[in-house]
Ligand binder design. Sequence first.
Ligand SMILES: Cc1cc2nc3c(=O)[nH]c(=O)nc-3n(C[C@H](O)[C@H](O)[C@H](O)COP(=O)(O)OP(=O)(O)OC[C@H]3O[C@@H](n4cnc5c(N)ncnc54)[C@H](O)[C@@H]3O)c2cc1C
Length: 343
Amino acid sequence: MMTEPSSATLSRAQLATLAATGEERTAAAGEVLFRVGDASYPLIAVIEGEVSVSDVNGREVARYGPLAFLGEMDLLSGQTVFATAVASRQLRYVAVESAALRELMSEDGPLSDLLLSTFIARREALQQVPGVGVEVIGTRQGTDTRRILDFARRLGIAFTWRDPDSDDEAARLLSRLAPDEVPLIRVPGGRELRGPTNGELSRALGIGLELEPQEDVDLLIIGAGPAGLGAAVYAASEGLDTLVVERTGLGGQASVSRRIENYLGFPAGISGTELSSRAVAQARKFNARTATPYRALALEPGEDRHVVRLDDDRAVRARAVLIATGADYRRLDVPDLERYEGL
Ligand SMILES: Cc1cc2nc3c(=O)[nH]c(=O)nc-3n(C[C@H](O)[C@H](O)[C@H](O)COP(=O)(O)OP(=O)(O)OC[C@H]3O[C@@H](n4cnc5c(N)ncnc54)[C@H](O)[C@@H]3O)c2cc1C
């Protein structure tokens, strides 16, 4: 059994706050509360009894008793569920649906701190458990396989990579596919994707807002690093209809920093994931929308509205456009460099 990374528990007052927002429910021993592949699940806070959480292969990942709570980052991102929870004893619990939870977290600082830091720790621990999450089947040399693996890492999606060079079953699965159908992706819950774009993988996992072919906003922000998200908080809090588009995952370079020591207001430092999650929550609190993964391709300036063309045949008309695309690292001029990157 995986060690629970954070044995965080709620205070009685916090449990009461959750109960006031959510709904008290009961479950008999053996009853399934949510399972791998479900589109969503509520935050579950245990009042009495016990819940066992297991991965897709039935291996127990964690157990939760009174005052403990279930959930990780997928509760906030909307991602498809990667684990199954079963009442291991007669259970009385509070269930809070994710929209209500997000609202509560934007109002209750200490509760938000506890939930967010626990969700992040659990997500990081889940990423280390073999067999949890998305299965990516493709070769080390495959450009599209590396693209998908980089994307999953950047978004913190738990995945297992199966390389046909060392895995006979993976080689057999790929032998039936055309080159453009690789990598083969198996999403928890049974769905398969063949050679998907990053956007198709996101949608299959239920992550990220999908834009209409044409959007009309007051302010379009390109890039969701600290600068873009900071601008979104200010603009949306002043009442502007604000949309942020990001080509990969929210948070920019800062989201991959293990610990940021020099950010104003965090004397003990803060992890990049936590800083990004807090920034996204703050932007959404003011109704800024964040859409991923969309790359801005072209800007056509106009009198009244500017038009920004995105990949995936999307366009945004905006009264103002703020470009916060940060920095890209220079790359070594070495033949076949991609082969040595990231893996
Ligand atoms: C590992 C690491 C550790 C770091 N640690 C620290 C630290 O401790 N302290 C510190 O002060 N700084 C640190 N930094 C630097 C800090 O993260 C950056 O200065 C900061 O993130 C810059 O913010 P930004 O919003 O301007 O740009 P970025 O964070 O670069 O964000 C820009 C975003 O725009 C997106 N984008 C680019 N082009 C497009 C496009 N065409 N369409 C859509 N989206 C696009 C990118 O994908 C990216 O997410 C660290 C950086 C790294 C990589």
